[in-house]
Design a protein. Structure first.
Length: 255
């Protein structure tokens, strides 16, 4: 089997070829571990790019002062995003770079969702900190527009999701803490349930297609064993062809 360079996700990146000497140590009972088909496909892509676009970007021109996930948590008004993202520009940049796949930060540490989530809180109300409450100039589903643009340009898609902390939801490194305005008070297990519903939405292949990579930023720190098992089962069921970084990891990257 040829040795493949590891893919690189552009936050800034380059090829791994020539940087490392790979020493393959046989397992005492199973011998040399072989990469899966999904891992081989991912390795052959070699170069990826990441998109971080949303309310939690300090100093971004469309975000008023103190309106980030570390400041004012209230859902922004519809006019907060005063510019429409140029998805064609993104794809042209990635093609010029040679990136074969990309990953979008669907929900970062703010808890703000770039799609109109329909996840339900325990009382039956709908998750209310997303583009459904603040449509981007009539574009309530940035995830949909992202997937359509990447697919049209033959660039793989991926989903970044911050699971270690959520300042709006009040989950910080394994414990519940004061949350943002409009967020219900949840127990840790209730929070895990709502977040797992959101993962099911952005991983749904009928809604957003088959992703190349799933990125668990911070892993699943503080999640209960049963909640971790539920996420792993969901990933296997909805996105069996994707590799995962951190959390239920099946790959490693150089950034």
């Amino acid at each position: 089997m040829p040795i493949r360079p590891l893919p690189v996700l552009l936050l800034l990146c380059g090829t791994a070829q020539g940087l490392f000497t790979v020493h393959r140590v046989p397992h005492p009972t199973i011998g040399i571990a072989q990469p899966s088909a999904a891992q081989l496909r991912w390795m052959d892509l070699e170069l990826g790019a990441m998109i971080s676009y949303g309310i939690g970007m300090p100093n971004a021109p469309w975000v008023p002062p103190n309106t980030t996930c570390f400041g004012n948590f209230s859902a922004p008004p519809a006019g907060l995003f005063n510019c429409t993202p140029n998805f064609a520009q993104w794809t042209r940049a990635f093609q010029a770079l040679g990136a074969k796949y990309s990953v979008i930060a669907a929900s970062g540490g703010c808890g703000y969702a770039l799609w109109p989530s329909q996840a339900k809180f325990p009382d039956g109300t709908t998750y209310n900190y997303s583009t459904a409450q603040s449509p981007l100039l009539g574009m309530p589903d940035i995830m949909r527009a992202y997937v359509d643009a990447m697919t049209a340009s033959n660039i793989g898609t991926g989903v970044y999701f911050q699971l270690e902390y959520d300042y709006w939801g009040g989950f910080l490194h394994g414990s519940m803490s004061p949350n943002g305005p409009g967020a219900p008070k949840l127990s840790a297990e209730e929070y895990f349930n709502v977040t797992t519903q959101m993962l099911a939405e952005v991983w749904d292949p009928d809604r957003y297609g088959n992703h190349t990579e799933l990125w668990f930023d911070g892993g699943l720190v503080g999640w209960s064993a049963s909640a971790v098992a539920a996420v792993a089962a969901l990933m296997k069921r909805l996105q069996p062809g994707a590799v995962a970084f951190q959390g239920e990891s099946t790959c490693r990257e150089i950034q």
